[in-house]
Design a protein around this ligand. Structure first.
Ligand code: NAD
Ligand code: MG
Length: 332
């Protein structure tokens, strides 16, 4: 069995001075949860940051990233992954001292060697398995979101305990904290989003939608079938696994699922998934993404634009206008 932790030594985190860098999805949740758990937190934001007023309004102490790093002995890096290296090089590195701890919520920059901290600091990951607004809301409701903890470098000999203590501060030990490695977290996270959760899913939706529309069916029917209903199916799978979903659908649907599904996602698809995983493991994907960012993201922006221009988006926007309750659920 894997190591899953439910409690931790809170004394460790309450003895530290924490800097949370960034106040986006994860940043606001970590900073507020830690503060309410009694930790000593300051948020490091650039003077021109749009988030400054909301962080201050929430009662947090907001300083510059430089000052936050100077004051703190535990730095949690919650700026976007593609800007972490520049922030590390320009602000963090020169302000790290003996015994400090450098924390991340995703392993990308450490695992691929873009950030190489000195040997005298702890390097730890605490990665909630939920979007930031849920990390915050669940904590406020008295619960917590599960998280991963991993140690890349244990200078103090207490890095794991410190990570668990931080996880307790954001509420995650209430739900369970799974021990992993930077490598496993980074590679499975990238694979999941590329092959299944985001890439695999959106390509599946579009292929199904296009097949129906090209065969002469109404775009609106194709939208409801191939996109809208997905939510209902996913909810069932989430609640009770694939069996729970198959129990709820009709026998006709279940027979079609069992006999046709494997014709859509074939051995060939799985072989391609394996190649995608190879590119993640070899660092090919990471290099490609770093270079794309250095070049100003031309390919990324073009693909983004093309995606937004697909007819399924305008058809969907029109249909969703008749379902105003949907928009209210969209969080940050
Ligand atoms: P985000 O894009 O929501 O927010 C980033 C914040 O950093 C913004 O407030 C931005 O203004 C600020 N910022 C950008 N550059 C900065 C700089 N140079 N100095 C100071 N602040 C700066 O980011 P996020 O989604 O919260 O991601 C943060 C980390 O958490 C990433 O490592 C990500 O992989 C990880 N993570 C995110 C999620 C999620 O659900 N979004 C889940 C798990 C882990
Ligand atoms: Mg992820």
């Amino acid at each position: 069995m894997a190591n899953v932790y439910y409690d931790a030594d809170a004394a460790l985190i309450s003895a530290r001075k924490i800097a949370v860098l960034g106040y986006g999805s994860q940043g606001h949740a970590h900073a507020l949860n830690l503060k309410e758990s009694g930790a000593d937190v300051r948020v490091g934001l650039r003077p021109d940051s749009a988030s400054r007023s909301s962080a201050e309004a929430a009662g947090l102490s907001v300083v510059s990233p430089e000052q936050a790093c100077e004051e703190a002995d535990l730095i949690m890096v919650l700026v976007p992954d593609q800007t972490q290296k520049a922030l590390y090089d320009e602000v963090i590195e020169e302000r790290l001292s003996d015994g400090d701890a450098l924390f991340f919520a995703h392993g990308f920059n450490i695992h691929y060697g873009l950030i190489r901290p000195p040997a005298n600091v702890d390097v730890v990951m605490v990665a909630p398995k939920a979007p930031g607004h849920l990390v915050r809301r669940t904590y406020e409701e008295g619960g917590g979101t599960p998280a991963l903890v991993a140690v890349h470098q244990d200078a103090s000999g207490k890095a794991k305990e410190l990570g668990l203590s931080y996880a307790q501060g954001i509420g995650s030990t209430r739900a369970g904290v799974l021990e992993t490695t930077f490598r496993e977290e980074t590679e499975t996270d990238l694979f999941g989003e590329q092959a299944v959760l985001c890439g695999g899913l959106t390509s599946l939706i579009l292929a199904g939608y296009e097949t129906l529309v090209e065969a002469g069916y109404q775009p609106e029917s194709a939208y409801f079938e191939c996109l809208h209903e997905l939510k209902l199916i996913i909810d069932l799978i989430y609640e009770g696994g694939i069996s729970r979903m198959r129990y709820s659908i009709s026998d006709t649907a279940e027979y079609g699922d069992l006999t046709r599904g494997p014709r859509v996602v074939t051995e060939e698809t799985k072989a391609e998934m394996k190649r995608i995983l190879d590119e993640i493991q070899s660092g090919k994907f990471a290099t490609e993404w770093v270079l794309e960012n250095q070049a100003g993201r031309p390919h990324f922006e073009a693909l983004r634009r093309q995606g937004a221009e697909h007819p399924i988006e305008s058809v969907g926007a029109e249909l969703r206008q008749m379902m105003p309750w949907l928009g209210k659920k969209a969080g940050n």
